[in-house]
Design a protein around this ligand. Sequence first.
Ligand code: URA
Length: 247
Amino acid sequence: MGNQMRLDRFLADAGLGTRTEVKKYIRQGRIKIGEEIVNRPDLKTDGQDVFFDGNPVSASPEHLYYLLNKPAGWVSATEDTREKTVLDLLPPHPRRNLFPVGRLDKDTEGLLLITDDGALAHALLAPGRHVDKVYEALVRGKLGEESVRAFENGMDIGDDKPTLPAKLELIEDRIENGVPYVLVRITLHEGRYHQVKRMIKACGGEVVRLRRLSMGNLTLPDGLLPGQWLKMTADTLFFLANSNKQG
Ligand code: URA
């Protein structure tokens, strides 16, 4: 608190309505600060003791956090002239610079954190932080113990350096129309362009479906369907992140 801003801006930021709507509420005498009805939209306020129809108005939080289950078909960008972006799945937030923390390919589903908290994004993405990312992939082809070892040892996928040690878990083999598939879980400690797809390809398979299950201690909540999101506060994000800690 302490930051002073125009009353109409404060009310709009708090989610009461558009700037025009909140100016109307002010004119109608529905806004009080303490006991006093206020009638100037340009009055400066620090947000203390503001009431709308007698109900306290809470300041908009400093940062917004959305945990999205990204559906396939949407790009992880803030703007794209042709494609639907993940931000189009959220309610509009004028004046908030929301962005996805890291990228998932257009055809990848799963956990994506969207925020305007640059410090948090840096903490999760900075090289050397090694935040674990867990993916589930459906792979066309056969993978065996030699692929598990290749993931463990690091492999050449055409970059300057081999991949860092990663984990491949073989979950289930399937045959569909005579074609072999394998469901796998993969844990990476880095994030390179198309990394899962390229590592699987280097093992002779092809990813046909990819879903991110977790990032660091943040896990995709059960029951959150593709396209659905959870709006979180810094506190709930911290709680969710820490309640998922393993071991
Ligand atoms: N690896 C990929 O190949 N694609 C993603 O979207 C994420 C990781």
